[in-house]
Design a protein. Structure first.
Length: 181
């Protein structure tokens, strides 16, 4: 209820601007800040209803509401993903390329930072002006196959009979493995 009341009163007049922002395991930077670095953190992807939108992050804003609530927004230059010849291409191997010079003309350049994922634009040496897209994985997250537990205490270890675990009663109490002949 407090969130709804805070939002209904509208945002505060002061807005904070950033050149970098950490969100959802990604470290984002504006295009201007990226231009002075050897890394690239300004590529953004947002999943729409039927299409993936790709863009370059130009501004990071944080809108503040009563009660200390903050909403980060990304302003991006979006690639024209609707023009299949001049804006986006998918080759026979399934690789997606975009032309960063062909921008989408839109009145909605903003996206909630929580909705964005990070991409890396790799210069395409085959087609001048085009860039291949590499989707990034969030930092400090790991993909665990479905059905496998990350809790070792609940996992059942398969014994193939080739190795025998022996606990040593020494002060270091380490686990030693001996092979059967």
């Amino acid at each position: 209820m407090e969130d709804l009341l805070s939002l209904s009163r509208g945002p505060l007049k002061n807005i904070t601007c950033f050149t970098g922002y950490d969100m959802n395991g990604f470290r984002y930077r504006t295009e201007r800040r990226d231009s002075r670095r050897c890394t690239q953190n300004s590529g953004v992807m947002v999943l729409g209803d039927d299409v993936e939108y790709y863009g370059v992050l130009t501004e990071i804003l944080e809108i503040q509401y009563l009660g200390g609530r903050r909403v980060p927004l990304f302003r991006c230059n979006w690639v024209d993903v609707f023009n299949k010849d001049r804006g986006i291409r998918i080759d026979k191997y399934g690789l997606t390329s975009v032309n960063l010079q062909r921008l989408l003309q839109t009145d909605e350049p903003f996206v909630l930072a929580s909705q964005a994922a990070q991409v890396f634009f790799v210069k395409d040496n085959q087609i001048k002006g085009w860039h291949l897209i590499e989707k990034m994985q969030p930092r400090d997250t790991y993909q665990v196959p479905a059905g496998e537990s990350d809790d070792e205490s609940t996992e059942v270890e398969q014994d193939d009979g080739n190795e025998e675990d022996i606990l040593d009663d020494s002060p270091s109490a380490s686990l030693k493995r001996k092979r059967k002949p």
